[in-house]
Design a protein around this ligand. Structure first.
Ligand SMILES: *Cc1c(COP(=O)(O)O)cnc(C)c1O
Length: 345
């Protein structure tokens, strides 16, 4: 890559091994269930998530949308966090396309929704009120700093909503990062959820795609809705071939990204006027901010970094977001720390 691009792990390119697998992929018409590479990817994804079946989708947004449209009827409501990706960054698709009502709960700094808020948010059976059908958790939680929600918490949230006859979906765009940080099998982490979406792109480096996983019946219904949304792809096994490598190989190396995120944060923390209000990184996301009295804005510092070929995310007047990934090495991390140090001097 030409730049040291830390804006997101979405900027990752496929690895040479992926490009080779893509070129050689055996394909078929997936709308007819005849793409062997997609079928293999879906089986692999389902087995890694401990679910019965998987469905390859073009994006995480479509995976989450399909989960809601499959679990809910028009007029149902979904509990989700005010800082959740499903609320902030998915175009309001559940309402625009599904007539589903978002019911917002505050995210705690650790990315969770408190169990008491969840319970208080579940509506009684009353004709004045929409039926509360689904809870969405996000793991790792992006806006809360790339924090990992534990199995203990996830199980408790699932048990709670199940006791009310509701369902739970996990937006696990970065579930492998969470599992790596928690040193747990991802299947264990999502064990009690009714469905989970994870991204093959981002830190796992596939160029395109996510997989939605759940039981057979759920996936069969989701498959129908995916077609309706225009997400029935044909010889997309060329993409799934990269996805298989993403799961088999790339999910096993995320510890390197987490270690580099920590090194980056520790280096930046030594620079005057840089703070870590959200705490030090747990996974691959680093959220440094500038002290109140710092004369620069984050945008000004980002501009100075760009002269050194470094791209960072600016997510507030004084706040950055930086995400480590496969294409960022140890030397890049040192360069970024040095460049920050100069930019702030
Ligand atoms: C990236 C992301 C998604 C899905 O995004 P797409 O760009 O549609 O693949 C969903 N949830 C979270 C938390 C994400 O970071």
């Amino acid at each position: 890559m030409d730049f040291i691009d830390l804006r997101s792990d979405t900027v990752t390119h496929p690895t040479p091994e992926m490009r080779e697998a893509m070129a050689k992929a055996v394909v078929g018409d997936d709308v007819l269930n005849e793409d062997p590479t997609i079928n293999r990817l879906q089986e692999l994804a389902a087995s890694r998530m401990g679910k019965e079946a998987g469905l390859f989708v073009p994006s995480g947004t479509m995976g989450n949308l399909l989960a809601v449209l499959t679990h809910c009827q028009r007029g149902d409501e979904v509990l989700m966090g005010t800082l959740g990706h499903t609320f902030l960054f998915e175009g309001g698709g559940i309402s625009a396309l599904g007539g589903v009502f978002p019911h917002l709960l505050p995210n705690q700094p650790d990315g969770t929704l408190s169990l008491s808020d969840i319970e208080a948010g579940i509506r009684p059976n009353d004709i004045h009120q929409p039926p509360t059908k689904l809870l969405i958790l996000e793991n790792t939680h992006n806006r809360c700093g790339g924090v990992a929600l534990t199995k203990d918490y996830t199980d408790q949230a699932a048990d709670l909503v199940h006791s009310y006859g509701m369902l739970m979906h996990i937006d696990g765009a970065r579930i492998f990062n969470a599992a790596t940080a928690l040193k747990i099998d991802p299947a264990k982490l999502v064990e009690r959820s009714d469905s989970v979406t994870f991204c093959l792109s981002k830190g796992l480096c596939a160029p395109v795609g996510s997989v939605l996983c759940g039981n057979h019946d759920f996936i069969q219904k989701a498959r129908r809705i995916r077609k309706m949304l225009g997400g029935g792809m044909r010889q997309a096994g060329v993409l799934a071939a990269a996805g298989i490598i993403a799961i088999e190989k790339m999910s096993a190396r995320l510890e390197d990204d987490h270690r580099r995120a920590k090194t980056l944060a520790e280096g930046l923390a030594m620079i005057q006027n840089i703070r870590f209000e959200m705490g030090m990184p747990q996974t691959n996301m680093v959220f440094p901010s500038l002290a109140e009295n710092c004369i620069f804005t984050a945008a000004e510092v980002a501009q100075r970094l760009s002269v050194d070929g470094i791209k960072v995310g600016v997510v507030g007047e004084k706040k950055f977001r930086m995400v480590t990934h496969y294409w960022i090495n140890d030397e890049d991390i040192n360069k970024v720390i040095q460049s920050f140090s100069r930019a702030m001097g």
